[in-house]
Design a protein around this ligand. Sequence first.
Ligand SMILES: Cc1ncc(COP(=O)(O)O)c(C=O)c1O
Length: 399
Amino acid sequence: MVSAYADLEDGMRARLGGRECLYVPSCRLGLYLALRRWCPPGGRVLMSPVNDDVIFFVVLAAGLRPVQAPLDPRDGSLDPAAVPDAVWSGLSAVLTTNLYGNPDPAPALRERCDRLGIPLLEDAAHAIGSTVGGRPVGAWGDAAVFSLSKHTGAKTGGFLAVADPALRDGLAAERDALLHPARLTKELAYLARPYAESTARALRLTRPAHAALRALGLHERPAVRMPLRPEELDRALGAAPSLDPFHSWVRVDLHDYRLRPGTGRLGRTRRKLAALDTVLDAHRAGTARLLASEYSARDLPADGAAPPLFRVPLLVEDRDAAVAALARRRITVGYLYDPPLDAYAGERFTDPSPAPEGAAWFARHALPVDPRRADEALAALRASGARPAVPSPALGGAR
Ligand SMILES: Cc1ncc(COP(=O)(O)O)c(C=O)c1O
């Protein structure tokens, strides 16, 4: 039987130089599948502490112990040279983040994982269209996961890409066993949401709506990090590996993350994917302008071709003031990941980074700007007098 997702999967396979791809209703569900398939329960996974907390809870749900990695303070990428041998030797897998689309050093990580005999798993949620070492991000790992909620803007869906095509059918069966049945009410809510959002924006109701949810205690993410709820989390860990006990953490920002998609949802996904190359071009153009600014510690690549970053992490001295300056121009800054996961969750739930300073500095100073609003954002920052932040060499990072 031809799968309902075959055309979507074919398109993604072509982007990844022929890698087998499996449609999933969210990147987080794809990651859960990959962690369960490639890591033994109780295993230790090296990951970035400057990351969405949802990903942290997916690692815990898969019955694994997160191990936080040192980061390059200039762009938040993993710094493999700063990981001590004692940490490498205890790992079951490495999970990259490719934060905001900036590639982690996949060739070096691939080589290290091969030497250790452990899998490399790539989270390419932010990095569709980025390349590293001459290959697409997502074509280095034993498995890679993509989100169609980021550049693509479908607010649903993703892919699990695998190096070994023989694994595809088994993974498809594991995916199907995790799916909740399609529901007409959810499908209609999904289809109506963009209209409801644009009406709220037109009526300038977005902020009052958020404030009301916060006041009622209904906001799942009242701050950058969601509440940890350590006692409940301890109980959930006793039942790992399993998604159900972690549902209230893993669903945050995407309640339909394990819902079987209906035809309306897939139709919108197809239309959004058809426009992806145009979107990536717009991201490339804005990224070039932002990387050339005084607020970037990174230069354009030597060939002058900017990557299509999902967000460009500008570095500013006073991030809160910069966020406020952009908000006054109606530019919303999202995708902040501060504090780093080891400071957020503590040693009860994660191994802390052996060298946390670079990550802490980056998390505090990074201002992720949507490159499609590069000119407006730069004008607002300059007009507000925002000062660029420069990481000191003592913070580490490959120079
Ligand atoms: C780095 C990263 N990985 C994965 C995800 C999850 O993607 P999805 O919402 O498609 O599950 C997110 C979500 O924001 C993310 O920021």
